[in-house]
Design a protein around this ligand. Sequence first.
Ligand code: ATP
Ligand code: FE2
Length: 330
Amino acid sequence: MICLGIEGTAEKTGVGVVDSDGNILSLVGKQLFPEKGGIHPREAAEHHAKWIPKLISDACDEAKLGLDEIDLVSFSKGPGLGPGLRTTATAARSLSLSINKPIIGVNHCIGHIEIGKLDTSANDPVSLYVSGGNSQIIAYEYGRYRVFGETLDIAIGNALDQFGRETGLGHPGGPVVEKLAKNGSYIDLPYTVKGMDLSFSGLMSAAIRKYKEGIDIEDICYSFQETAFSMLVEVTERALSHTKKDEVLLCGGVAANKRLREMLDGMAEDHFAKFYMPKMEYCGDNGAMIAWLGILMNNSYGPDKIDETRVIQRFRTDEVDATWVKQSKS
Ligand code: ATP
Ligand code: FE2
């Protein structure tokens, strides 16, 4: 079985082709870089509409396959920005109908975890999924991927990006903050963990305020990272201890950050757990994760009916019966 997956939840669209043995046959993508400000949902959708047809044909070329050799079409059903999701779903439906092959819509967050497991030898990890739109601590328990903790407001990547824009460091903020943080020293910033959940908006506003007060930008960047990452590591640690699992998986675009990796790896080691991270090309949004999850779900309970392929903007990770997980372990 060969599946072509289309991703389009945010500003990046991507197409990947994966076979049922988990071989990634191709992976292509195109990112929208806004001229100024953040991502406008409609512009993201226009970007996806412009690029998806070419990306489908590029992905087939790279996999050395014709469209007639695709057995299944999968797409990211949510969570994400409405217009982009609808454009992605429309592209997937058109492809499925035109090549007369089944279609399946998948949860984007679970896609990140499954590609992470595929690309590493992690089997049953506690996952920290951190990106521009999401910050969740997830682990499989009793038939579903359960969210053990998450942000109550903005995602960590979004906090870094907004900070970058407000302080003239540019977009995306994450990589620049990481660079500047190398020479900084610690200043006090708000640390907000509420139960198992996190909040980054107060931290971001305080960091912007410090910048406006003239505090050294390197110190702010260092302290922003140390505070935000400690919050994320604390909740991951508690989920690890609660579930008694022995693997930690880091995924999402913020996984590019070496300091976050180091902190999470250190925590895992303290708990005699193994730390895993997929290759960077599979950490950020990509079509291969959508294709691979399409295969797993299709093997487990078959494709969707075409009239059941509506998108779900606030698609929760724990809404999905992850029946394939048991199967893959047996
Ligand atoms: P999602 O749809 O899953 O929310 P996304 O659209 O945010 O994904 P990703 O590629 O997963 O896309 O993540 C992008 C985010 O990663 C941006 O917020 C960016 O600032 C952040 N990022 C990238 N590199 C680094 C880094 N070195 N340190 C911290 N953050 C980083
Ligand atoms: Fe993502």
